[in-house]
Design a binder for this molecule. Structure first.
Ligand code: RIB
Ligand code: CA
Length: 323
């Protein structure tokens, strides 16, 4: 971790994302982490529109037993028009297995208001795990700069140091709101960035899905079903395994020993005609004092899969009615 929590210290966490199949599996891992105390869940648009990602967030939290307020963010990025990633996630944004009806309503607060309240009330600095566009977190920092000192670290799935996935230059989360990411990377808060360099090595193959399914409880069956659906379009694109992006933003904090990375000076292109959303990295370490982002770049794939399987098993025989 970038922040020096003590070994067995409880870690206050805000989950922010656009669920989304891989966001959902990231939240399975976060809830299973004994050190994490999930204080709030905030939602962005991206994989689907905000109404759909917000409903998905409520259903995931019902399935997993995440007892925290859930707040919706803006329906669009700070400056740009919304780009939808629904081709990978379906009409609902979380197509595939049946899920529980939501057991809770959305908070009356906006995402930024809930983030601010959570951080103000926390007894120690809070970790934000952000697996969608960075709109909510950047908006929080713009509205409440005084809270920066109570944010321990931000672990992000986003970017690609050498490539994009939504176009040749840009990864989807950063492309959706490049201004938000650029602002966040220069806010003076430790950033743990899991880009395509690592996430496209965190590949889940059909045999891995069956191994997870073999755990046999409800969570493992639903996670395997999410992976089945998430694999469809990736296989159409020629991937042999589905790149499981968002779980890297959780596991690189909880199990850094299976990852590799380095610190770099990182900027986000916000003006380019062909490169808007591209991550611009100084691999030559020209200005060490400007190195603002820890970039995660590799992972031990078998150990990554084993941790997902272990997390599913940790839910035991928990069974929630689905509709
Ligand atoms: O580019 C992958 C990212 O975009 C993931 O976070 C996925 O959920 C989508 O939001
Ligand atoms: Ca996501």
């Amino acid at each position: 971790m970038l922040y020096p929590y003590k070994d067995n210290e409880t870690i206050p966490v805000i989950l922010d994302g656009d669920p989304g199949h891989d966001d959902a599996i990231a939240w399975v891992l976060a809830k299973a982490e004994p050190r994490f105390d999930i204080r709030a869940v905030t939602v962005t648009a991206g994989n689907q529109t905000i109404d759909k990602t917000s409903l998905n967030a409520r259903r995931i939290c019902t399935l997993l037993g995440i007892d925290a307020p859930i707040a919706a963010g803006r329906e669009r990025p700070i400056l740009r028009d919304l780009v939808l990633g629904s081709v990978f996630h379906g009409v609902s944004g979380l197509d595939g297995p049946k899920l529980p009806a939501p057991a809770m309503e959305l908070s009356e607060l906006s995402a930024v208001e809930l983030m601010a309240k959570t951080i103000k009330e926390a007894e120690k600095p809070v970790t934000i795990i952000a697996t969608g566009a960075q709109t909510n977190t950047a908006s929080l920092l713009l509205a409440h700069p005084e809270l920066k000192e109570k944010i321990a670290q931000i672990s992000i799935m986003g970017g690609g140091l050498r490539t994009g996935n939504w176009n040749p230059a840009a990864e989807f989360n950063i492309l959706v709101d490049p201004e938000a990411a650029q602002y966040e990377f220069h806010a003076g808060i430790p950033v743990n960035l899991c880009g395509l360099d690592v996430t496209e090595r965190a590949l889940i193959y059909p045999e891995n899905i069956e191994d997870i399914r073999s755990v046999g409880n409800q969570v493992s069956q639903i996670v395997a079903g999410w992976l089945d659906f998430f694999s469809i379009h990736h296989h159409e694109l020629g991937y042999k395994g589905a790149p499981l992006h968002d779980p890297c933003a959780v596991l690189s904090l909880t199990h850094p020993e299976i990852f590799q990375g380095d610190d770099f000076e990182v900027n986000v292109e916000t003006q380019g005609e062909y490169c808007r959303g591209a991550i611009v990295v100084d691999f030559m370490h020209r200005n060490p004092e400007k190195e603002n982002v820890h970039c995660v770049m590799d992972v031990d794939q078998p150990k990554f899969v084993a941790l997902i399987k272990e997390a599913c098993r940790s839910y035991g025989d928990r069974e929630v009615p689905v509709v």
